[in-house]
Ligand binder design. Structure first.
Ligand code: URA
Length: 434
């Protein structure tokens, strides 16, 4: 088999066989096939696309390029949740303990933040002593004992995807639907839960800016999951403004704890309940979406989800004190209010710009190895649709460096758009693909 022929066949729009896809992925991962040939193939795929079978073969070959987690020691239907990434997205921190409080095993692998979006692992590291580098045995033991565990991605998870994604990143070949879907799903399938619920975000702060693209990606990923024998569904959710009011690691953890205490922001809770309903249904714990939702509501009312979160934080090396007294979590030394100058209603908050403001404060990573300041961030006091008056604070910045706070201030002012007329209600849940 020759890589030249594979490129040439895809260039002409022909179907690639499983053997050809395996030859390319395995050869590239081992270093036998050079970057320039794989770049050419990726570009040909951007123009010609891949069909369902090719996409599945690419996903499965990338999944099998590294370790596939063996979770057979965990009893019950293990559920996992994945978000395509957004600003202020602390959904997992609220959702996982709610679902676990119902006795459903949540075995989750998460990533760190990069650029304007945050990551669950960074947020959890706000708890002093918290460890996300669990051995597989510890991970399974925790899920069996307390029904939830979250660990960082193992170094050997879908290494072929890691190499291919880095190449796509510098060759303008990221934004092809089948390539994105197979990249995300190769990692999810390697994490090997029985049921997967996807949160596919759409809007200015999301990877998929257009709703129709988010639906197309959701359908593609659900198809892959089903073909791989998993129980899977995807919820398409709004990311046209940050989710909730807090952006920045420690502030987001505090907001998650408020949510577990029953005082979470409505937009965040809408997303939490929609995803949670899918997880409960997938685990076979409820017959109807209404029953599933009612069960989840009870975990908040009775504080069983809050107690579950405290148990989880303790089991992974920190102390439940931080859950019951979140004021002990780190906060930036200075605070600075962002003042509005116009009369009207908030029509838009550019999520990406708010994410970049948090990055400017030191709360995010420019490169994979950057150090981050967990204590800084932004609290939004006004969200889409709310009336605002001149001189009123729309947000508060928490910082450790005044110069950085001033830079963030400019970005936040820029992010807010005010209009004189009232704003139409936007629904958080755009649809569900099952
Ligand atoms: N996220 C991924 O993991 N892969 C892609 O290709 C795009 C986004």
């Amino acid at each position: 088999m020759r890589m030249y022929d594979i490129i040439n066949r895809k260039k002409r729009g022909e179907h690639l066989s499983r053997e050809e896809i395996q030859f390319m992925v395995e050869g590239y991962t081992k270093g036998d096939i050079p970057d320039y040939q794989v770049s050419a193939l990726m570009m040909a795929i951007c123009f010609q696309g891949m069909d369902e079978e090719e996409t599945l073969h690419l996903t499965l070959t990338m999944k099998d390029s590294g370790e596939v987690l063996d979770l057979s020691e965990i009893e019950g239907i293990k559920v996992d949740k994945h978000s395509t990434g957004g600003v202020g997205d602390k959904t997992s921190l609220v959702l996982a303990p709610m679902v676990a409080a119902l006795g459903i095993p949540v075995a989750k692998m998460s990533g760190r933040g990069l650029g304007h979006t945050g990551g669950t692992i960074d947020k959890l590291e706000c708890f002093p002593g918290f460890s996300t580098s669990l051995s597989k045995e510890q991970f399974c033991r925790n899920v069996n004992q307390i029904k939830m565990a979250i660990m960082g991605q193992t170094a050997n998870l879908a290494p072929a995807d890691k190499k291919l994604y880095s190449l796509r990143d510098v060759t303008a070949t990221v934004d092809q639907l089948s390539l994105i879907a197979s990249s995300i799903m190769s990692k999810k399938l390697a994490a090997n839960a029985d049921a997967i619920v996807l949160d596919v975000k759409t809007g200015n702060g999301a990877f998929m800016k257009k709703e129709e693209d988010a639906f197309a990606l959701a359908k593609e990923m659900v198809k892959i999951g089903k073909n791989a024998g998993k129980q899977i569904s995807a919820v398409i959710t709004d990311m046209d403004q940050p989710l909730g009011n807090a952006v920045g690691n420690s502030l987001e953890v505090k907001e998650a704890i408020l949510s577990l205490n029953g005082i979470g922001p409505k937009d965040l809770m809408d997303v939490v309940y929609a995803l949670g309903t899918e997880m409960v249904l997938a685990a076979g714990k409820a017959e109807t979406p209404k029953d599933a939702r009612d069960m989840l509501v009870q975990t908040i009312k009775e504080k069983t989800a809050l107690d579950k979160f405290a148990e989880f934080v303790t089991a992974q090396g920190s102390d439940k004190r931080f859950v019951y007294q979140p004021e002990l979590l780190p906060t930036g030394k200075f605070s600075l209010q962002v003042l509005n100058t116009e009369e009207g209603y908030v029509s838009h908050i550019q999520a990406e710009e708010i994410g970049l403001a948090s990055l400017a404060l030191g709360g995010g990573r420019l490169t994979k190895d950057s150090e981050i300041d967990l204590s800084v961030g932004i609290l939004l006091h006004k969200k889409r649709g709310e009336p605002v008056h001149p001189g009123e604070a729309v947000a508060t910045i928490f910082a450790n460096d005044m110069e950085k706070a001033k830079e963030a201030y400019g970005k936040i002012v820029h992010a807010y758009q005010i209009q004189p007329e009232p704003v139409a209600v936007v629904h958080m849940i755009k649809g569900i693909v099952r």
